[in-house]
Structures are given as structure tokens and as C-alpha cells.
Design a protein around this ligand. Structure first.
Ligand code: IPM
Ligand code: MG
Length: 379
């Protein structure tokens, strides 16, 4: 057996827009854990987007596809931007994010929502509403209306055009994502809220039946509730602290996670993990990415908030690298940096100093040194 067999393979793909800028900072954080904490991993950087397209005719060139195929975890930056006009839609689609989610069967998308008291001024919600907010939205990511067939735009005999998509879920697609939710809830406060539209949609009727059946069969120790999606949207704004784990379908999860993001102060703060099926060795392929996207309006300026990407590294430490203590350490360091007043433009208070992406990276690295030092003192 070679020494590298216990090494996790990480593909680092900054991509487009602000992706490379924020990923450069989370890469520094990964390096810190490799060097200072001896986390066994091999990192491979690969290009994605317009630049490789111009060179190879593919947004996802062969060597990037190979790095991602071989990786245990992919650290993904962002894709898209105004320059996408230079890439024909077909070429875009071939290597696009949706096709990657599908290719690796990354069906469980975890989007944690935490209200950091240091950022309560940046949130449009009142401080009293934000108190104790700490929940995870698990969004089904490879099925539902995003992928259902038939789909298209057709011209009718009367000259009208008709667009159509298909919302669909199978038993196993519902059960596997619900299982992820129940298992996660067992490691947290033991509550799952399943969100659907079972008063209108058959897919939701099935969703509710299957979630309930799985709960009865295997997870009766977890507290299960159900909400209609319209009510869930209202509850997220009214009293977000009531939630622990929320599980829902692809489109509802897309919408509710942007809504919930406002509790954390800025979309720039939100990390995510997209998990594939568990293999016989108990491992699952994963893609970690900040939720914010490519933000073309600020791309290249070096001012983007890297914390969404850095907190995605914390999720990687916990879920792929099996280093829960290191994940805690990194989350504590981010909290420390924020408490010390480190702010990028998106979370800055009026008149307050605004750090560049690199300076925020510096702040997290120096907080990591401090937090690791404090932990050693305590031990
Ligand atoms: C997200 C995004 C994507 C989605 C877009 C960019 C296709 O909004 O990851 O939430 O809808 O899934
Ligand atoms: Mg979205």
C-alpha cells in the first residue's frame, strides 16, 4: 500500500467571476490545515470557464474533468458572468454546474444558515429574530423540476407558444435525501422539518408520504414536522430559530435558501456542500462551494467576501476529511475574525474599514493561529 492511500484528493477549481479570488483565500486556509495540523490531502488546481474555453473549446477541459473525477472533494468557486456571451450556450451547458451535479449524483445539498451576533447589523432582520438561528437546509439537487422530462418550448397549432417542465420525484430519490436529513438531525438538535406543497402537487403528496414512512421505519427518535412551502417562507422570516434541519425538493430549496441567507447577514457568508451517494467504504463524493455565485459586478476587484468559500472548507473538514475538531477550529477562527471587526464591503457597517479579499484571508489565518494556540493552552 502506498503512503498516499490515506490522502484525500481535493480538486480546487476557482472558475469564473469572483470564484478564483475567493478560492485563492480558502486555498490558503486548506494549506494551513495541511501544514499546521497535518491533515492528509493532495490538492490539484484546475481551470474552468472562459479561459480554458478559449484555449480548448471546452469550459470543462479534459484535465479538469479528470481532476474532478478522481477527487474525493471538489472545492468549487463560481461559474458564469457577462463574458459568458463569448461561450455558446451549448458549450456552457456541456460542462455546466447542473451537469456536474448530475454527473456525480450530488443529490444532497447542505446549506447551513447561522446568524452570527457580530453581523446582526448587516441582516435586514431584527436582532431579536436572529437570536439562536442555526439551521441547515438540505435541498434535493439532482431531480425535481430542474431535471424532469419532458421539458421544452413548443409552438401550438393556434400560433401560441407553450413552455413546459416536469416536476417529478421517485420513492428512492425522496428517501435518500430524507435519510441524509434525519442522520444530520441526530448529530444536531434532533428535529427535521420537511417542506412541500402537498395541498396541490402529487409529487409533494408522495414526498410527504415517503418522508413520513422512512421516519416511522427508522428515525422515530427524530422529531418530524411538515410545512407547506409558502408557510415555510413566512416562518423563515418570522421565526427562523425554530428550525434545525429543513429538507425539501430542488426548486423549493433553491428559493428558500436565498431567503434564509438573509439571516446570516450576507449571501457572501454562506457555504454549501453537495454530497453524492455513500460508497461501500462509507465515503461520498462531495462538491463544496460558496452559495454566492460569480458576482460579475465586483469580479477582479479583489473585494469579494471569501468567508462563504472558507466556511465551505470547514464543511469539507467535517464531511470529507473527517476532521470535526479542525472544522470547529476554523469556524471559531472565522467568528474570532468577525468579532475582532474584520469586514469585507458586503458586511461592513457605514464608515467602517473594508478589507480586501486577501486581507480577510489574512484575518482568518491569524485568527486560526490564535484559536489553535488557545486550544493548546487549554489542553
Ligand atoms: C444555486 C443557483 C443555481 C440553482 C443556478 C445558478 C443554476 O441558484 O445553486 O442556488 O438554481 O441551483
Ligand atoms: Mg439559488
Amino acid at each position: 500500500m502506498s503512503a498516499s492511500t490515506n490522502m484525500s484528493r481535493i480538486a480546487v477549481v476557482g472558475g469564473e467571476g469572483i470564484g478564483p479570488e475567493v478560492t485563492a483565500q480558502s486555498r490558503r486556509v486548506l494549506d494551513w490545515f495541511a501544514v499546521r495540523r497535518g491533515v492528509p490531502m493532495v490538492m490539484r488546481e484546475a481551470q474552468y470557464g472562459l479561459i480554458p474555453y478559449l484555449a480548448t473549446g471546452k469550459v470543462l477541459p479534459e484535465d479538469t474533468a479528470q481532476a474532478m473525477d478522481e477527487a474525493d472533494a471538489i472545492l468549487w468557486g463560481a461559474t458564469g458572468g457577462p463574458e459568458t456571451r463569448e461561450v455558446p450556450a451549448e458549450a456552457r451547458k456541456a460542462g455546466g454546474l447542473l451537469s456536474l451535479r448530475s454527473k456525480y449524483d450530488l443529490y444532497a445539498n447542505l446549506r447551513p444558515i447561522r446568524a452570527n451576533p457580530a453581523l446582526s447589523e448587516s441582516s435586514p432582520l431584527k436582532a431579536r429574530v436572529l437570536k439562536g438561528v442555526d439551521f441547515v437546509i438540505i435541498r434535493e439537487l439532482t431531480s425535481g423540476i430542474y431535471f424532469g422530462e419532458p421539458r421544452g418550448i413548443e409552438t401550438l397549432a393556434n400560433g401560441q407558444r407553450r413552455g413546459f417542465n416536469t416536476e417529478q420525484y421517485t420513492t428512492s430519490q425522496i428517501r435518500r435525501v430524507a435519510r441524509t436529513a434525519f442522520e444530520l438531525a441526530r448529530t444536531r438538535r434532533g428535529k427535521v422539518c420537511s417542506v412541500d406543497k402537498a395541498n396541490v402537487l402529487e409529487t409533494s403528496v408522495l414526498w410527504r408520504e415517503e418522508v413520513t414512512a422512512l421516519h416511522t421505519e427508522e428515525f422515530a427518535d427524530v422529531e418530524l414536522s411538515h410545512l407547506y412551502v409558502d408557510n415555510a417562507a413566512m416562518q423563515i422570516v418570522r421565526e427562523p430559530s425554530q428550525f434545525d434541519v429543513m429538507v425539501t425538493g430542488n426548486m423549493f430549496g433553491d428559493i428558500l435558501s436565498d431567503c434564509a441567507a438573509m439571516a446570516s447577514g450576507s449571501l457572501g457568508m454562506l457555504p454549501s456542500a453537495s454530497l453524492g451517494p455513500v460508497d461501500p467504504f462509507g465515503r461520498r463524493k462531495a462538491l463544496y462551494e460558496p452559495v454566492h455565485g460569480s458576482a460579475p459586478d465586483i469580479a477582479g476587484k479583489g473585494i469579494a467576501n471569501p468567508l462563504g468559500s472558507i466556511l465551505s472548507v470547514a464543511m469539507m473538514l467535517r464531511l470529507t476529511l473527517d476532521r470535526p475538531d479542525d472544522a470547529d477550529l476554523l469556524e471559531k477562527a472565522v467568528d474570532r475574525a468577525l468579532t475582532n471587526g474584520a469586514r469585507t464591503a458586503d458586511i461592513a457597517e457605514a464608515g467602517g474599514r473594508r478589507l480586501s479579499s486577501t486581507e480577510m484571508g489574512d484575518a482568518v489565518l491569524s485568527a486560526l493561529d490564535q484559536v489553535a494556540h488557545d486550544a493548546r493552552e487549554k489542553a
